[in-house]
Design a protein around this ligand. Structure first.
Ligand SMILES: Nc1ncnc2c1ncn2[C@@H]1O[C@H](COP(=O)(O)OP(=O)(O)OP(=O)(O)O)[C@@H](O)[C@H]1O
Ligand SMILES: [Mg+2]
Length: 181
């Protein structure tokens, strides 16, 4: 069994993949670690990483980079986390405002799911917000038995966010000045 777990930073990939690997008695592989060993980074070297990656016949592999190229596997799980909670998790890590915003928007826009669907035959989403780690693991085990994952959709949150940003812009003096000239 070859399982890939991907998702935006903070969605729980490392936490869940380690537990799943232990539960299924499969080797755990961190793609981020592999990339580091190979000297690859997201910006420069996804192709290099793809070429250099050497994997065993069974594994639980996790990393956000896994949604950027096809890793030969049987299943790709995309862990999701509702934007307000993801924001909290990333704040706790001490991420900058900019980095938090980038990751929260990537999550709201289903970035990892969309990318993963380009590269993997079977992609299943699992929401982690409002669930314990054990509940998430239980859902993944059901998926491994053939059950479908979830259709995660933060469209409503995104729409509210865009409307609120629009209100802020139209209420600002810069906008009124522009309108008057
Ligand atoms: N149901 C859950 N599933 C997974 N993680 C959870 C859950 N509930 C709370 N958490 C917490 O969320 C955090 C997720 O962090 P983790 O390092 O596993 O994320 P990650 O996706 O590997 O991030 P990165 O891409 O930066 O490596 C952990 O502190 C974990 O305890
Ligand atoms: Mg991690």
């Amino acid at each position: 069994m070859r399982i890939v777990i991907t998702g935006v930073p903070g969605t729980g990939k490392t936490t869940i993949a380690k537990k799943l690997a232990q539960l299924l008695n499969l080797p755990y592989i961190s793609l981020t670690e592999e990339a580091r060993k190979l000297g690859a980074t997201f910006e420069c070297d996804v192709e290099e990483l793809k070429k250099a990656l050497s994997l065993p016949s069974s594994f639980v592999l996790e990393g956000h980079l896994a949604c950027e190229f096809a890793i030969p596997s049987d299943l790709c799980i995309v862990l999701r986390c509702a934007p307000p909670l993801l924001k909290e998790r990333l704040k706790e890590r001490g991420y900058s405002e900019e980095k938090i915003e980038e990751n929260v928007m990537a999550e709201a826009l289903d970035y990892c799911t969309q990318r993963a669907r380009l590269f993997y035959k079977r992609v299943e989403e699992v929401e982690t917000a409002g669930r314990s780690e054990d509940e998430v693991l239980k859902i993944i085990l059901e998926i491994l038995k053939g059950k479908k994952g979830e259709e995660v959709d933060y469209g409503e949150w995104l729409l509210r966010r865009v409307i609120n940003e629009g209100k802020k812009v139209s209420g600002s003096s810069a906008f009124h000045e522009q309108q008057e000239t």
